[in-house]
Design a protein around this ligand. Sequence first.
Ligand code: NAI
Ligand code: MG
Length: 354
Amino acid sequence: MSHYRIAVIPGDGIGQEVIPEGIKMVEAAAKPFDVTFEWVEFDWSCERYHREGAMMPEDGIEQLAKFDAIYLGAVGYPGVPDHVSLWGLLLPIRRQFDQYVSLRPVRLFDGIACPLAHKEPGDIDFYVVRENVEGEYSAIGGIQFEGTEREIVTQQNIFTRTGTDRILKYAFELAMKREKKHVTSATKSNGIYHSMPYWDKRFANMANHYPEIQTDQYHIDILTANFVLKPEHFDVVVGSNLFGDILSDLGPACTGTIAIAPSANINPERQFPSMFEPVHGSAPDIAGLGIANPIGAIWSAAMMVQHLGHDDIHDVMMGAVESTLKAGKALTKDMGGNANMQEMMAELMAHMPS
Ligand code: NAI
Ligand code: MG
């Protein structure tokens, strides 16, 4: 019998609506297996920031460290600048728990209208592996002569050998478990003089250790074009923090709606808890209306149980998602249907094995 303690941070807006539904799905799917969960909720959010002046308490990271995983909705709300919510909660968690892999699956499901012409389910099925703690997203740099004609701004990119090699290794290991065994590297070594040629060199070096894996690399500009033009080419795509960020929104967008897309922030060594969250934000435009699509949150929860070692529970949850989308009877507005969230939940639950 396994027991897990999960830290739950619903956050803001529709985060508070979809996260309870993800929990319900896990509980229902886990029933036949010998696995139990304890869900401990934290109200860390922009609401808390308004009330107490901080997104989370000072010892927030210490509190989370004791959990097996973190399940997060979304943070960010009008009235609190986005850099405050990001640097006050999400980034400290990702960095202090060394969640250096951001993993985002991209899959076209049967029943979803694909925005790309002539693509069938099965054509699009790949992973974006994004470096999540260094690269272009650094706080190193500064402004001098601010507000004058001589104003000068610098922003440093950070590429360490450890940081570069470990994300590349994760991508190759993931590809080893997949049928196509193919890794694509996102680069820009024609324009960026130091860091990207270095990235290419480490990629080639890593590829030498995996002779079974087929590799290629594209500059980020043509790579984005190829996501749209020939998504069936890709299997595992690895990129730096910035390139991975862009690709991991573009990928899911090519499969219909970002509202179903999940993401995992992983510490592969398991020294710290990993964090699972839908790709979408707090959607203030539809918050409180009860019409949010819960699938991004549900798929994220499925990745979480898989990370904890339970492929069986993951597969049950994803089976229900697949058959609900295929049946097409209770789709939310973002997918062209007219079901509300509870109607879609009823359909998802009905597709769970009883
Ligand atoms: P968003 O993802 O919240 O919304 C974009 C559009 O997609 C909206 O029209 C929204 O209604 C729709 N949408 C998103 N999720 C949906 C769902 N589950 N079902 C149905 N429709 C859905 O992105 P936006 O508007 O750029 O950001 C809103 C706030 O969320 C901002 O404060 C932003 O900083 C924050 N945000 C937080 C993220 C996180 O916590 N990881 C990620 C992205 C944005
Ligand atoms: Mg993003």
